[in-house]
Design a protein around this ligand. Structure first.
Ligand SMILES: [Zn+2]
Length: 227
């Protein structure tokens, strides 16, 4: 682990519920959406309904689980139909930089650690995040950010920039495919060390050649969440 990864790991001592506190952590199961997962052959994964059916029937029901999670640095086909992700080898973006938590629309998203609201935005181009919130954390002398994407539109109604939120507060709810924009319901959660000038948005998927930069700036969120 590098210095920032050690720091991130030091901020929590036990697994953190990032979705509804009523969902016990033993109801979380891991999900592989990478292009190498043979189970996905024949599943039209770019279609939100087909993706949802796969997750419910082949992952959640089989594992008696309520949340399927994973995806950090996964190389995925799920973006293949979305023009802002596609292109040639040099430009195609298919490396996923956060962790996704797949659960029912309307499920509460819980603040994992103290922070203030940095910015929010509805990134409503198809294939983007839809409603998105970024929190800024100033803990143990360091500053970093966390991003929450694919929220419901109502999640942005009462959010105030600069508001202090405490671990365990309800931050938002998961959006539906028409709002989130065109995915099965899930939370995209990403840690960002240097946010640059971004507001309410930050790349969540990158090109293979940019992976080293983004892996440094966006370490594995599970260092903090510890599932
Ligand atoms: Zn994601």
């Amino acid at each position: 682990m590098n210095i920032f990864e050690h720091y991130l790991f030091s901020l929590s001592e036990a697994p953190i519920s990032i979705l509804d506190n009523g969902i016990p952590l033993n109801k979380y199961t891991s999900l592989d959406l990478s292009e190498t997962n043979k189970e996905l052959k024949g599943v039209k994964i770019t279609n939100p309904d087909a993706c949802q059916i796969y997750i419910e029937e082949e992952v959640l029901n089989k594992d008696n689980a309520l949340v399927a999670y994973g995806g950090y640095l996964e190389k995925r086909n799920i973006y293949a139909d979305k023009s802002s992700f596609s292109g040639n080898e040099e430009t195609i973006r298919n490396i996923h930089l956060g962790i996704d938590y797949w659960a029912k629309a309307g499920t509460n998203v819980i603040v994992p650690l103290e922070g203030v609201v940095h910015s929010f935005k509805n990134n409503n181009t198809s294939g983007d995040y839809g409603p998105t919130i970024i929190l800024e954390h100033n803990l143990k002398g360091e500053q970093f950010y966390t991003l929450y994407g694919h929220l419901s539109i109502e999640s942005l109604n009462n959010i105030v920039v600069g508001e202090l939120l405490t671990k365990g507060d309800v931050l938002a709810q998961l959006g539906t495919p028409d709002i989130n924009v065109n995915y099965a319901p899930h939370l995209h959660f990403q840690v960002i060390k240097d946010l640059g000038n971004y507001k309410g948005d930050y790349p969540g998927v990158c090109n293979q050649k940019d992976t080293t930069f983004y892996r440094n700036n966006c370490p594995n969120p599970n260092l903090l969440i510890k599932l």
